[in-house]
Design a protein around this ligand. Sequence first.
Ligand code: B12
Ligand code: SF4
Length: 449
Amino acid sequence: MSLASYIRSRFSAEFCLVNQKLDNCSNDQLVRIATDFNADIVGLSSMTSGAHNLPYITEKIRAIMPKSLILVGGPHVSAVGEESLAGNVADAAVPGEGELAFEQIVSHWLEGDGFEGVPGIFRREKDGTIVRNPGGFPPIKGLDSLPPPAYDLIDLPAYWKQQSMPALPFRRYASIFSSRGCPYRCKYCHRIFGRTFRAHSAERVVDEIEFLCKKYGISDFEFVDDIFNLDKKRLFDFCDLVHRRNLKLKLVFPNGVRTDILTQQEIDALVDAGTYYTSFALETGSPRLQKLVGKNLDIEKFVRNVSFATRRGVFAHGFTMLGFPTETEEEMQQTIDVVCKSTLHTCSFFTVTPFRGTGIYDMAMELCPEKLENIDYADMEYAGISVNVSAVPDEVLFAYQRKANRKFFLNPVRLARIARDFPQPHRLPFYIPIFLARALKGLNLKKIL
Ligand code: B12
Ligand code: SF4
């Protein structure tokens, strides 16, 4: 949607946007849509979890429309670089932020030129060799110069039938991506938009929200920024504007906020602006691992701020990972202890998954390369991958995950708080069994820890 609106602001172009996941659209259906549209340019956006589809899709499109230009972009290209062109027949791949590169590619294509002059992209030479062009585009500084995402290209209500995040109920909502880039250095993360934080102004964000409120009659918005709360002035400006424009919003931060830099005033402002659900990412309760993996979270502040938020009625979901390289049983226990003593309502205990192009992958490569050989990222969903790169055997890691669920969820006080604070009480009969199943799964331990 961002790319389409930007290109439409520069050229006369018609777009057809397909979300395979939303529409449960097979690769053959996708190819049919592209060929029925008679696309001059087919742009495929892919995460690593979808990259296994690229060879089939690109070959089919090439066979039916030999003249069309096929581009690949998105997180997978940023993660694996030139390899994103290996094994498929796309013409070029764009890593990182895509607007400026896409614009230049379209320009060269309209002129009938090659793409040698487009900085930083991957392309094929005539003999098929894959090369990376030198240089790269600077991060777009003034994000407000970008036009709003092309909402006309999607059927927003279709998203309301899907759950956006596991612990969030179905609802009529829209997602907002209001900033790009993050200065932190967590080794398990890709930082698709680089280290320089850039953000839309508070006015621009509220304008987009107001537009969506009017167009779709909704008031529920989720922010999927990497780090919405880095710019404190923008946070307060945003909350002030929500009040001044008299918007009655319901706000959610399912991706989380950087919890240890929050203040009580910021939490109050966010709650007063309508925040009712937030994820808080601890990842690990071990101070040693916090340093090792570059997150460097202040764990005490984490617990304190979760408590501030829940006292203000926010439903709090925790993110943790077990199985970091070199992680021991004691450190897994530290994570369990921190979340159990916190006032989080729900919590996910994921297995660390080393993604290509991240520091964690390099660490695991040094420690246990054999375990990385057969990771299958295809169609992965949340906890759908099980690889153990920690210092403990598989059965111990997975037993700690069960123990974590059991200890966390099998707590009458927590279950009562879930029942009291769950955002959509009428849907609780559907969710309580899920939380209980997690807790009871923990009871099936063969080995009592
Ligand atoms: C929202 C989000 C989700 C949502 C929605 C995902 C979706 N399918 O749309 C949910 C919660 C479902 C989700 C789930 C997962 N996610 Co997620 N998610 C994000 C998040 C936070 C924002 C994505 C977004 O909307 N960005 C805004 C738009 C504007 O950016 P963009 O799509 O990247 O597009 C820009 C460029 O990439 C480029 N571009 C993109 N496509 C194309 C195509 C062409 C042709 C061109 C030229 C350019 C181009 O130009 C665009 C504009 O600059 C990103 C982190 C991030 N900062 O991006 C992680 C991220 C994409 N997720 C990630 C992961 C790992 C996952 C999961 C696999 C987690 C898991 N273990 O299950 C699942 C996979 C689910 C699935 N199968 O789809 C990783 C991907 C890493 C990778 N190597 O693929 C990311 C990058 C997080 C990270 N920091 O590491 N995710
Ligand atoms: S704070 Fe979030 S976006 Fe920033 S580096 Fe860490 S995981 Fe990535």
